[in-house]
Design a protein around this ligand. Structure first.
Ligand code: PMP
Length: 362
């Protein structure tokens, strides 16, 4: 039996065991080549096949229309905080941002360096515990795009319904990538780091509408231009071969499970299990997020006192349930239950929560 614990890390995080084992089996000698895949040229036939497989399954599983390019880029989602405004904001145009919490704030901070940026809705007044309704988003004239963060990994909130606006959307989907359907017709660009739902750290996937590729922004180093990456099939320079390799396997695995609809349903069920355990605890556990905006990837909750929270985390770890501490900026607890997190681990957590409550209630 392989030793595995229940790892609720927010990313990098639990990946499918069968994929890890498949990689282990072929890691040193890839397909009888006498070399590991990470020792080969990225221009060789083996990697070329891996790359094509990753693109093909990304298109299939994400249900991406033909008029979007798929780019595999380094620099994580954070580099996209800069590349999006650098490339998309053109002369005389501005960009709107929804400030929904920690990650949106990061995107706004960087975007302001490169263009005329304004905040179309700010969750500050409600302490970032909900997303805006479409009619609350204040868009100005000449707005090139509206940037949203579909799921706030730290705050544990998500857009249930995508904003209904005329302006093209750009979304950071880092923490709910590949867990829900994307209405492509409303988007010009979608990006996210892969280290939560899709693979190891070291890469972002960018889906960009072809008509948004060339904006005439020539004053950028080559790595910073989407049009060049698209022309070069993400091989302007040496691509992140290891993340692409794992990604190709995980996408195939997702396709084998039944694709996006099945994955979405399974995520909703796992999240419902956990939230109902919180809601049925008589206030012993409390989720601060307004119900309809609760993330199905990052479930945040609090206990009655900080002392109890600490005991909870310590005892959970002793029971093989790890990485349940909330982000240092907000405290509390957080269970990240991405695509590869087995339902059985969520059940173990729910049982543990009930047992802890029974033992520590006075
Ligand atoms: N956006 C969101 C929503 C995230 O959760 C994260 C990482 N946790 C980032 C952006 C930053 O991603 P990266 O570390 O890949 O740059």
């Amino acid at each position: 039996m392989v030793h595995r614990i229940h790892n609720f890390s927010a990313g990098p995080c639990t990946l499918p065991l069968e994929i890890l084992q498949e990689v282990e089996a072929e890691f040193v000698d890839y397909q009888d080549s006498g070399m590991s895949l990470i020792e080969m040229s990225h221009r060789g036939k083996h990697f070329e096949h891996v790359y094509q497989t990753a693109v093909r399954f990304a298109r299939k599983v994400f249900q991406v229309p033909d008029n979007f390019s798929v780019l595999f880029l380094q620099g994580g989602a954070t580099l996209q905080f800069s590349m999006v405004p650098m490339n998309l904001i053109t002369e005389g145009m501005r960009a709107a941002y929804v400030n929904s919490g920690s990650w949106a704030s990061g995107a706004i901070e960087d975007a302001k360096i490169y263009g005329n940026v304004y905040i179309a809705w700010d969750g500050k007044e409600c302490n970032y515990f909900r997303m805006p309704l479409s009619e609350e988003i204040n868009l100005q004239a000449d707005t090139r795009y509206l940037h949203i963060t579909s799921n706030e990994t730290i705050g544990g909130i998500r857009f249930l319904d995508w904003p209904e606006v005329e302006t093209p959307l750009v979304a950071d989907m880092s923490s709910d990538y590949m867990s829900r359907r994307i209405p492509w017709e409303r988007f010009d660009l979608v990006y996210g780091g892969v280290q939560k739902n899709l693979g190891p750290a070291g890469m972002a996937i960018v889906f960009i509408r072809d008509s948004a590729l060339d904006n005439g922004n020539r004053n950028l180093g080559r790595y910073l231009r989407y049009d060049i990456h698209a022309k070069k099939d993400s091989m302007l320079n040496t691509p992140p071969v290891f993340p692409i390799y794992i990604l190709s396997k995980i996408l195939r695995w997702m396709d084998g499970l039944g694709g996006l609809e099945i994955i979405e349903k399974s995520s909703e069920e796992k999240a419902a299990l956990l939230y109902s355990s919180i809601d049925n605890s008589g206030g012993y556990y409390r989720c601060p997020v307004q119900r309809e905006y609760r993330s199905i990837m990052n479930v945040v909750f609090q206990l009655l006192t900080l002392e109890l929270e600490k005991m909870f985390l310590d005892e959970a770890a002793l029971n093989g349930l790890v990485n349940l501490k909330g982000h240092r900026s907000v405290g509390g607890c957080r269970a990240s239950i991405y695509n590869a997190m087995p339902r059985s681990s969520v059940e173990v957590l729910v049982d543990f929560m009930q047992e802890f409550q029974a033992t520590h209630s006075t």
